[in-house]
Design a protein around this ligand. Structure first.
Ligand code: ARG
Length: 555
């Protein structure tokens, strides 16, 4: 009798219970839903491939134009590189906003994701891109330093793949993209708890004081403002939970909350000594996915009000949910670490891959011995066993860096004396337009300003998009094989934790996500699952260093 009733219930249940483990708290999405997911996944893949092709093509074209420009009849080699620039000094002190921008946004900002910020309103807000894809926000805190969240680099700490897009100007002057020289995650960052979720990113070239980007103030002496102070958040993050990313910067005002209120709202996951929370317990206004690493600034009053960075966007429970304010890394607590890192003498730090690889010729001991001084810092004598070992260590690091660079062919410099000659004498190069391959593998003409960042950008793009660029379009189909939802894990937004298995080409990935089990919640959860699946395929391909489907790289 009981068995019959159970059977009847099973038959009525639109979702098949998880038979493999015979656990009543799991349910498997039916094949029809998997089909819908697969079809949408395939579309997402096609879109991702198109956008990767566009991104690579755009930079390849820029690079070709630059090469033409440098090899053209009017090109002359630039004079030797100037000594390292003195620290840039900005005309305005830190944290100053343009008066118009400050007026526009002082009054309010409301609704999840806030309101659109006028161009140039947040001159210190930057965007961190992995292989050309925006992933996180960041905050310019000095001419060469960006502060962001350490969790942005989880699984992608290779600085050769990252670039920073600086703030655009007030009249929409285009934003500058700068390669990353070094990523310094806080040594105590814990990816499980998000404790010490802070990282410093050193830019390859300092920000020009003549440009629109300028640094925010760090809370050196300023005491943290009291609870209730309205502060500002800004970023390109999602407009609502699981929603699309904003096309332009958005901003909102959120009040700081007391440590007690934060702790009550968010429970033991919140560590008030190094995290602060801000927002409205009623919900509605908050930062969201993609805003991580961005600023929470509070205005310090005075004749010339300045914005001081008290928080860096870190985590939240959903976005704008009632009773769940956003959590920000408490910057003031880390000010000594920040100061130490930003003022450290170059010889106290291991040379970065960017520094080592920027040296020519590529596979030899760096011509600039200062780069390797770090390894010999404890050697009693400039020659001898210790110094030899130091040399070896430096060489080894350089080799490791060479392996980590995204597209080796773009970095190889088969130095051709004839071509060097041609470039040096300013005679036009071969009339044939350089192909993508040619422009990548050709030697770097010294003194061609802007060429190196473009080459790096192209290399990074090709490396990070290789996983999808190399899949033939007829193989571009995603198959969702199984989605198992844990019925006991319903969130406040009506979603369930789920174990997802998907395939693309010969590759299978599995990850956990959130899924809705009713039509409305299911529809809402699909985009996020698709994004996660794409990310899982990309990480799997990058980790194995092979394109999807195990195909040989395109020739
Ligand atoms: N961790 C998110 C990110 O990586 C930021 C989440 C902020 N969430 C919030 N509800 N305030 O972008």
């Amino acid at each position: 009798m009981l068995l019959a009733a159970l059977l009847l219930w099973l038959l009525q249940c639109p979702l098949e219970p998880w038979s493999a483990h015979a656990h009543p708290l799991y349910t498997r999405l039916p094949p029809s839903t998997l089909q819908v997911l697969s079809a949408q996944g395939t579309q997402a893949l096609q879109a991702a491939q198109r956008s990767a092709q566009r991104a690579v093509k755009r930079v390849a074209t820029e690079l070709q134009l630059k090469l033409h420009e440098c090899r053209g009849p009017d090109w002359r080699p630039a004079p030797p590189a100037p000594p390292p620039p003195a620290p840039a000094s900005f005309a305005r002190p830190c944290g100053e906003r343009r008066p118009a921008a400050a007026n526009v946004t002082r009054a309010h900002g409301r609704i999840v994701g806030g309101s659109a910020a006028p161009p140039g309103a947040w001159p210190w807000l930057v965007r961190l891109q992995l292989g050309g894809q925006p992933l996180c926000g960041g905050v310019l805190v000095a001419a060469s330093w960006v502060l962001t969240a350490a969790h942005c680099f989880a699984g992608a700490s290779n600085e050769l793949l990252w670039t920073v897009v600086l703030a655009e100007g007030p009249r929409g002057e285009p934003a500058e993209e700068v390669p990353v020289n070094r990523i310094l995650s806080h040594p105590k960052f814990d990816p499980q708890t998000f404790h010490s979720d802070l990282a410093l990113v050193q830019l390859w070239t300092p920000v020009s004081p003549a440009g629109p980007a300028r640094p925010v103030c760090l809370p050196q002496a300023s005491p943290e403002p009291p609870a209730g102070t309205p502060c500002a958040i800004a970023g390109w993050g999602a407009l609502f939970e699981d929603g699309p990313e904003a096309e332009a910067v958005r901003e909102a005002r959120v009040p700081l909350l007391s440590p007690d209120t934060c702790q009550r709202a968010l429970g033991p996951g919140l560590r008030p000594s190094s995290m602060l929370c801000a927002g409205y317990l009623a919900g509605g206004i908050d930062s969201c996915q993609g805003d991580s690493g961005g600023p929470l600034t509070c205005s310090e009053p005075g004749p010339r009000p300045r914005e001081v960075l008290f928080g860096v966007t870190s985590w939240g429970d959903g976005c704008g949910e009632p009773g769940k304010p956003g959590v920000y890394t408490r910057v003031a607590v880390f000010k000594d670490w920040l100061q130490q890192q930003m003022s450290a003498a170059p010889s106290t730090r291991e040379p970065s891959c960017m520094e080592l690889l920027a040296q020519d010729p590529p596979e030899e001991y760096p011509a600039d011995a200062r780069l390797c001084a770090f390894y010999a810092r404890r050697c009693p004598l400039p020659e001898g066993a210790c110094a030899r070992l130091a040399r070896q260590q430096c060489l080894q690091r350089r080799r490791r860096c060479a392996l980590a660079r995204p597209a080796p062919s773009l970095w190889e410099s088969p130095e051709s004396a004839a071509r060097e000659q041609r470039l040096d004498s300013g005679t036009p190069a071969s009339p044939a337009a350089p192909t993508l391959c040619d422009s990548g593998a050709s030697p770097l003409p010294e003194g061609c300003p802007g060429l190196e960042p473009l080459r790096q950008k192209l290399a990074a793009l090709q490396g990070s998009h290789a996983w999808i660029l190399q899949v033939p379009s007829e193989r571009l189909a995603m198959h969702f094989q199984e989605v198992l939802a844990d019925l006991s894990s319903k969130t406040l937004t009506g979603l369930f934790r789920a174990w997802v298995q998907a395939g693309l080409g010969g590759r299978r990935v599995a990850f956990s996500g959130l899924v809705g089990l009713e039509p409305a919640t299911l529809a809402r959860s699909l985009p996020r699952l698709l994004v996660q699946a794409l990310q899982a395929f990309r990480s799997a391909a990058l980790a194995e260093g092979k394109p999807l489907g195990g195909l040989p790289p395109a020739s």
